[in-house]
Design a protein around this ligand. Sequence first.
Ligand code: BGC
Length: 363
Amino acid sequence: MTSTAARELTDPLAQRSLEVLQAGQAPSGALIASPAFDVYRYAWLRDGAFCAHALDVAGANDAARRWHDWVLTSIEAHRQLIASATEIAHAGQAPPAAMPPARYTLDGRLETPDEEDPWPNFQLDGYGMWLWALEQHLAGDTLPPSYEPAVELVAAYLSAAWPLRCFNCWEELDGGIHASTLASAYAGLCAAARLLGDERWSAAAESVRAFLLTHLVRDGRFRRGPDDERLDGSLLWLGVPFGVVPPDHPALRATVDAVRRDLTGPDGGVYRYRGDTYYGGGEWLLLTSSLGWHDATVGNGEGFERAQAWVRAQALPNGDLPEQVTRHAQEPAMVEPWQRRWGTIATPLLWSHAMYLIAEAAR
Ligand code: BGC
């Protein structure tokens, strides 16, 4: 990707966001989820993909490339695990306990499992998001040959495993089939098809899309899962950036309207979903910027400004952005138990900064 694609980002929070992302990059190239929250001292593919894209749109293309190189190395180091998960998924068997991880250590290894509190690692979406971010990073350049085997491996994994029940982007199982996970798999498969010029992956992407449109739309809008009628902030991504449907598609428009109406707190922040109790289920900055990103893309300047102004208002005096704010938590009684368990809400969260930057660049 050339830096000509980068926009000049002049506002102080955009500058600070770039600093936070750069400071959160390990020498290996990994991007930590949050440097100040012990449970988030890992590198998630999901968070990292958006952070790398933010680095690209802010012109820090070299840092983005180092993240992609780190993903490539980490994936190659676990080729056997990913290949055997693909075979098992092809055979239609239930996934074993060891599936490719959602998060790696900063040096690209598997974490030592915590026997008492194991991490729900089987999450497909990050693998799709990596391919999506990689194509964005290349911005029309050809895929370097050193990447081809890993892109092929991940595309094969996504195309075999997408029908399996896995944990969603919030690391929760619920029904096991989730619209935003499928949308990430769709976007990743489309990217792989274009990068490798291989129609197998576009055919697989089409199957995922058909499933989404057949089973995940009801009463004219998208919903969380085939048996879960609820809305979810992550449904925004089905339009921007994953392109399952264009942002002006009626089902997407109805979904965005519903998010605005039913998932937005009294002061304008977006909840993950109704019934969320994590740290009381507050308003999430990265989702509010996702709404801003959508609005910027469809030319809704007022919606964009409202969303980004709300995010700006949540910044700490030093410009750091938290994961969520609990002023209007859905379950205020659940804030303190989480604080006792894991500490103060993750701040800065790199992904919050990334989404703010990406939305700013889309204005
Ligand atoms: C969120 C995930 C995120 C992880 C690290 C979790 O609480 O639900 O979406 O990837 O934190 O930021």
